[in-house]
Design a protein around this ligand. Structure first.
Ligand SMILES: Cc1cc2nc3c(=O)[nH]c(=O)nc-3n(C[C@H](O)[C@H](O)[C@H](O)COP(=O)(O)OP(=O)(O)OC[C@H]3O[C@@H](n4cnc5c(N)ncnc54)[C@H](O)[C@@H]3O)c2cc1C
Length: 456
C-alpha cells in the first residue's frame, strides 16, 4: 500500500502541535497529526488545566481558614474524590473534542507511537506517513534519575489522577511541581515532605521571595529537606508489587537517612521527549540532548523538520510558549524562514498559595550582565491586598534600569500575583519605563493597583 503523503505531518496533539496543524490546514495544506496518548497534550490533560482546578479548591479552603476569626467560622474540608470528579469534567471531554475538531477541519488523525523512518517519513505502528514537512511537537518527559527503585516513582500525571489521597507523600525534587502539589496535598490533609538536592527550592525564581515562600510552606507543615540527594527507593514489603509503603534512602548534610512514604512523586525535572523518535533515521542532529535547531525552529541537519514547544527546548517549557512556537514554526514552513521567536518577558507562575511569579531577569542575572540597577524590594504582608484576605506571605522585587528607568524584571509573591505579573510582562515586552507603566490608572481596590507603589 502506498504511503499517504501530506504537506505536513505533526508528531503530537498538544498546544504546539494543534496550533501549527490548524495554521497549516487553514493555508490549504494537507495535514496529519499523530499521538500515542489521548489527544490534547499535557496542558489540558495532565498539566496546567487539571492542576489549577485542584489548586482552586485548595485556595478556597485556605481562604476560609485564613478568615477564621475575621468573620468566617467553620472548618472547611477538601473532599478529594469529589474534587477529582470535578476535575474530570474538564479533562474527560478534551480528547474526543480535539479529535472531532481535527476531523471537522479535515486534518487526518493517527493514534500510535511515531518514529522516523527516513528524512521525510515517519512510521506509526507499522504504517508510513510521508510529509513535505514534519513538525516534532512531542513535549517533554520526566528526566531519568538513574537510581535503584526508580520504577516506584509516581509521575505528575499519576498524582493528578489519584482517586484517594495517600497519607504520606514525598516529592523528589524542589521545582514548581513539588511546590504546587505539596501546597495542595498538605491542605487536603496529607503529610508532605520535599527532598531537594540543591540548597534552595525553585532555583529559577527570586531567592528572597523563595525564602519567604519556603518559610510559609514550613509553617503549613510541609517538611522541606534541602541538600538531600535521593539514592534509592524500595517497597517496604517486597512481596507486594503494587501498593504498600515505600522507603526512600537519601544522603543529606548529616549523612545517610531514610524515610517512608505511601507515594513518592517524581518532581526532579522534565526534558524534551526525544528518546524514542529514532532521530538518526532522519539525520536530525542533537546537541547536549537537545534538538539542534536554527533560529527559525528548523533542524540544522534536515530542513524538512521543524520543532515547537517543550521538545524544541528553546523557550521556557510553558503552554503559551508551545502555542507561540507552533505559530512561528507554521509561518516559517508556509512562507519560508523569516520569523524568529523572541522569548523576552515571558511570565512564569508557581501556583502555590499564595502564588510566586517571575518575569524578565533575576537580580543576579542582571548584575552579571553588568546592568546598572535600582532594586525595589519589599515584604507586603501588611499591605491592604494581603491583609484583606488574611494572607501573611507577600512581597515583591522589581528591577529597574538606572537612567532609562526600563523595567528589567519583576518578581511577585502574594494574593493574585499570578494576574498582576501579566502587567509587568506587557511592560517588559513593550520596553516600558516605570513612568509609562505608572501612568496606568488602574481600578481600585484591585491587586493591580499596587503596581504603582512597587515602582516608586
Ligand atoms: C504537572 C504539570 C503542570 C504544568 N503547569 C503549567 C502551568 O501552570 N502553566 C504553563 O504554562 N505550563 C505548565 N506546564 C507545562 C505545559 O503543560 C507544557 O509546557 C505544554 O503542555 C507543552 O506543550 P507541547 O505542545 O510542547 O507538548 P505536549 O502538550 O506535552 O504534547 C506532546 C504530545 O506528543 C505526544 N508524543 C510524544 N512523543 C510521541 C511519539 N513518539 N509518537 C506519538 N506521540 C508522541 C505526547 O503523547 C503528547 O500528547 C505544566 C506541565 C506539567 C507536567
Amino acid at each position: 500500500m502506498a504511503s499517504p503523503s501530506y504537506d505536513l505531518v505533526v508528531i503530537g496533539t498538544g498546544t504546539a502541535a494543534s496550533t501549527a496543524a490548524s495554521a497549516c490546514h487553514r493555508a490549504g495544506w494537507r495535514v496529519a497529526v499523530v499521538d500515542q496518548l489521548p489527544f490534547g497534550g499535557t496542558c489540558a490533560l495532565r498539566g496546567c488545566d487539571p492542576k489549577k482546578v485542584l489548586v482552586g479548591a485548595a485556595e478556597a479552603w485556605d481562604h476560609a481558614r485564613r478568615m477564621q476569626g475575621r468573620g468566617i467560622a467553620g472548618e472547611p474540608v477538601i473532599r478529594w474524590p469529589e474534587l477529582m470528579k470535578f476535575k474530570r469534567t474538564f479533562t474527560e471531554p478534551v480528547s474526543h473534542k480535539r479529535e472531532e475538531q481535527f476531523a471537522a477541519n479535515g486534518i487526518d488523525t493517527f493514534r500510535g507511537h511515531a518514529r522516523f523512518r527516513d528524512r521525510q517519513c515517519i512510521e506509526v505502528d507499522g504504517r508510513s506517513l510521508e510529509g513535505r514537512f514534519i513538525l516534532i511537537a512531542a513535549g517533554a518527559a520526566p528526566v531519568r534519575l538513574g537510581i535503584p527503585g526508580e520504577e516506584h516513582l509516581a509521575s505528575s500525571t499519576d498524582f493528578l489522577d489519584l482517586e484517594a489521597l495517600p497519607k504520606r507523600i514525598a516529592f523528589v525534587g524542589g521545582g514548581y511541581i513539588a511546590s504546587e502539589f505539596s501546597h495542595l496535598a498538605v491542605r487536603a490533609g496529607a503529610q508532605v515532605t520535599i527532598l531537594q538536592q540543591g540548597e534552595r527550592l525553585l532555583t529559577g525564581f527570586d531567592p528572597d521571595l523563595v525564602q519567604q515562600l519556603t518559610e510559609k510552606s514550613r509553617r503549613l507543615g510541609i517538611e522541606i529537606r534541602l541538600g538531600a540527594r535521593v539514592e534509592a527507593i524500595e517497597r517496604v514489603c517486597a512481596a507486594s508489587k503494587k501498593g504498600g509503603a515505600l522507603r526512600l534512602d537519601f544522603t543529606a548534610g548529616d549523612g545517610r537517612s531514610s524515610m517512608e512514604a505511601d507515594l513518592i512523586v517524581h518532581a526532579a525535572g522534565r526534558a524534551p521527549d526525544l528518546a524514542a523518535l529514532d532521530l538518526e533515521a532522519a539525520g536530525i542532529e542533537r546537541e547536549d540532548g537537545r534538538l539542534k535547531l536554527n533560529e527559525f525552529l528548523q533542524s540544522t541537519s534536515n530542513p524538512a523538520v521543524y520543532a515547537a514547544g517543550d521538545c524544541a527546548g528553546r523557550g521556557p517549557p510553558l503552554t503559551p510558549i508551545a502555542g507561540y512556537d507552533g505559530r512561528i514554526a507554521a509561518t516559517n514552513m508556509l512562507e519560508g524562514n523569516h520569523e524568529k521567536p523572541d522569548y523576552l518577558g515571558v511570565p512564569s507562575v508557581v501556583f502555590t498559595i499564595p502564588a510566586l511569579t517571575r518575569v524578565g531577569s533575576l537580580e543576579a542575572e542582571a548584575r552579571e550582565r553588568g546592568m546598572r540597577l535600582r532594586v525595589r524590594h519589599e515584604v507586603t504582608s501588611s499591605w491592604y491586598t494581603a491583609r484583606r484576605v488574611g494572607e501573611d506571605c507577600a512581597g515583591f522585587k522589581v528591577l529597574i534600569e538606572e537612567g532609562s528607568e526600563r523595567i528589567l524584571g519583576a518578581h511577585l509573591l502574594g494574593p493574585q500575583a499570578e494576574e498582576v505579573i501579566n502587567l509587568f510582562a506587557l511592560a517588559i515586552r513593550a520596553g516600558l519605563s516605570t513612568r509609562q507603566l505608572g501612568a496606568m490608572i488602574s481600578a481600585y481596590p484591585t491587586a493591580g493597583s499596587d503596581v504603582q507603589y512597587m515602582l516608586s
